[in-house]
Design a protein around this ligand. Structure first.
Ligand SMILES: O=C(O)CCC(=O)C(=O)O
Ligand SMILES: [Fe+2]
Length: 347
């Protein structure tokens, strides 16, 4: 079974055939089918949007340098037994994670956490990441979903997932470094953004496979409204009985980009491979709509109506995050979600 995409003949794998049978295609043959597919299935994967060298290598290099300086620091503080400087990024991050557990993660993230924010909470706001958020190829694709007035929503993360064999049981429920529980992105923001057209944009930094914990989705689930989410010690996200039976894994190559509706149920498989699975998930919405975490700063990434409103200066973006961190470190932390942990569904 073959399908033509941008003059390339692509042979479909078994999982892709399964997916096509459901009526949601993994390969979108024509740009004109994109919106129809997104409407029907709640997500679309576009192949080869980003160039692994031009678009992603600068980000990988920035993360490599960051890992190098953090490993030196943690070694000097006695938190690591070695700097692991002879290892590649992938192997080095796994070695660091196996010694430090989840503590390694926050300095790499591009957003603040949802609790325990202090003035020293680390966040990574490097130039390569800022350029990634404003990548013109990404924004061109985003524009075809939400139009040309594009706000970069601050609900954004890097996920760095070492093989789960390096993690403790207590850490495998942390979706920043291990498998992601089933949820809808609307379920993890606050109500004021329920009417906002927030688009999730997800792409891997290494090929995402079933073995290393690619995303999985329930096709068409965006049509059923918002589900109950649980955030208790024992239950996270949408309770399993409510997820739906058709759970489709989405293997993706470096350069592919997934665009997803904020109501599409999704999660990830565990990383059972030897290597790290890392990726970025970003959000964009039309300028002026509520963002769902209003105490975090976003910015205008593209405006055809008012080009002067676009942010091109990374230092301003950094300053806004630092101001937000100071404010959150002294005030009472706001609610990051709307759910009652005592709801009987979550028991
Ligand atoms: O990368 C993951 O495991 C989760 C990503 C996710 O939930 C998202 O992009 O909204
Ligand atoms: Fe998500």
């Amino acid at each position: 079974m073959t399908r033509v995409q941008l003059d390339v003949i692509i042979t479909l794998s078994e999982s892709e055939k399964y997916y096509v049978k459901l009526g949601c295609k993994l390969v979108i043959p024509l740009k004109s089918e994109m919106s129809r597919e997104f409407e029907k299935c709640g997500y679309v994967i576009l192949r080869g949007v980003l160039d692994p060298i031009d678009d992603l290598q600068p980000v990988a290099s920035e993360y490599s340098k960051l890992l190098n300086s953090l490993s030196k620091k943690w070694f000097s503080e006695g938190k690591l037994s070695s700097e692991y400087s002879d290892l590649s990024f992938d192997k080095r991050i796994s070695a660091v994670a196996s010694e430090m557990g989840g503590e390694f993660y926050q300095p790499f993230d591009i957003s603040l956490p949802q609790k325990n924010i202090t003035n020293d909470t680390p966040i990574h706001l490097g130039p390569a990441v800022f350029n990634l958020l404003r990548n013109q190829k990404l924004l061109d694709a985003v524009e075809s979903f939400i139009g040309p007035e594009i706000y970069c929503n601050p609900v954004q993360h890097v996920r760095i997932k070492p093989s789960e064999k390096w993690l403790d049981n207590s850490e495998i429920s942390n979706p920043s470094i291990a498998r992601t529980y089933w949820h809808q992105d609307q379920g993890v923001i606050t109500e004021e953004a329920d009417e906002s057209e927030i688009l999730t944009v997800w792409f891997p930094m290494v090929d995402a496979t079933v073995e290393n914990g690619c995303l999985q989705v329930v096709p068409g689930s965006h049509k059923n409204g918002l589900d109950m989410h649980c955030f208790t010690k024992t239950s996270k996200g949408i309770p399993d009985d409510f997820v739906g039976d058709v759970r489709v894994p989405l293997p993706m190559k470096v350069g592919d980009v997934l665009f997803m509706n904020k109501l599409t149920r999704h999660g990830s498989l565990p990383n059972l491979s030897e290597d790290v699975r890392w990726s970025f998930d970003l959000r964009y919405n039309p300028i002026g709509q509520p963002i769902g975490r209003k105490y975090f700063p976003g910015f205008v990434a593209r405006s055809r109506q008012n080009r002067n409103s676009e942010l091109h200066d990374r230092s301003i973006w950094e300053k806004k995050w630092h101001e937000s961190r100071s404010a959150l470190s002294i005030g009472q932390l706001p609610n990051f979600n709307r759910w009652d942990p005592n709801d009987p569904v979550c028991a």
